[in-house]
Write a protein that binds this ligand. Sequence first.
Ligand SMILES: C[S@@+](CC[C@H](N)C(=O)[O-])C[C@H]1O[C@@H](n2cnc3c(N)ncnc32)[C@H](O)[C@@H]1O
Length: 442
Amino acid sequence: MNAEWVPPSTALVELHPDPKARSKAVARRDIPVGSTIFSAPAFATALLEGEKGHRCDYCLREQSTLKKCSSCGSYWYCDAKCQNEHWQAGHKRVCKKINQFTNSMAFQQLEKHGRMDSFLLTHLLAHLSTLSEPYSPEVSTELSITLSLLPGPSGDCAASNPPYCPIKPPPPSEDLVTDIYSRFGNNNFTIHSHLNSIAHGIFPQASRMFNHLCTPNAVAKYVLKPGEVAAMEVVSLRDISSGEEVCIPYIDPALMQTRHKVFQITYGFTCDCPTCTFLQKVGQIPDPSLEHGDLIQLGLKLREFVGVEHYLKTGKLEKKTLEELPKPLRSVLNESYMAELSETFSKSSHEGNYAKAADSGVTLLALYLLIGMHLLEMAKTQWNHSFVALTPSGEEKEVSKGIVLQLLDLSRQTLQVLGTEGDSETGPFKEIGVLESLVRDV
Ligand SMILES: C[S@@+](CC[C@H](N)C(=O)[O-])C[C@H]1O[C@@H](n2cnc3c(N)ncnc32)[C@H](O)[C@@H]1O
């Protein structure tokens, strides 16, 4: 075991002891916004069920035509290179058994999340089983860091083993499987591309280093390249001072009521950031009245409190804390309110009711700004909203044109901090540019 692992001396962070989280990653020097603090390839990945057949099982890139593994018919590749790499990296151990495994009662009875874990574990064990011992220094390091990670709280993955595709030879010892799996729930990452979740991945060094903060100063992004395993980069979201802890977000900030439970059940800690402390103090968050007129009024008051219209015109925002939120507005923090707003936003844009969609989009942005929604979701909403706002006609056009350009600019500013992500050739930057020129020509 390697509980004493230290990041390489070239790394921008070092590990310091932490009374609550065992250790924490601390900046070795001042780190400017947009810097890559950490970068590493995945130790193992598994595509989400819905992405199977749309993305390469090796490099995770989206492709319009993919080659199916002719033997199992359950894995897809960009080309012979990706297929060969995946074969060598472990697919040769599971190819003949995967279909029987996924049809087995044990696998079928798993919930969606369990099935993902099961694939991820299968891929990791298959990879290890292709390597001869002693492992290379890189693999030994990754494996020993994995086994040194903090186990999740009992009741999470720690309590049981998921089934995994039987891999021979050599069969991994049950202890190894139990040890690894007990660290799954609180240490694995969701890989995203172009702002959408596409896969799960194991990145042991990142897991060992970065703690959670609800208002993080860094975030993980993923780089997908042809013929290569997906890589994670941790990027600074603002200037970080030497000696400051570098933290990333583990949860969706939209979880206003359930976050406390998620931290406890999945990660085994209590967050004492100002937002969580405030939410704990408030206790029960009132349900919003779902009556149409009341919802409109609540939305207007929220927008005024946040100053979202001013933000859309100028890009400037006077940051408000949750403590400042007037009591009668507290129901905006109820998760059902955000769900209702998001539903109205997407339903009315699908149905072509663009005025309603644009209006609920502004209220949704106000809520995101208030709760400190992570940049990716903000950018995505600004981006979707810009499509919606492009569509009104008549006298609304001039107003919405200005707002669309502002939304696109905000979206770009947000994304620029992160740089390109996921499949690199296309992506939001190019689309923003195309949309901007379209809007200017309207
Ligand atoms: C991915 S690990 C982070 C690295 C960890 N500090 C270590 O020493 O290995 C996740 C675990 O770290 C701890 N942790 C992370 N963020 C925390 C926080 N804000 N407060 C308390 N514990 C935290 C929890 O035990 C959590 O399950």
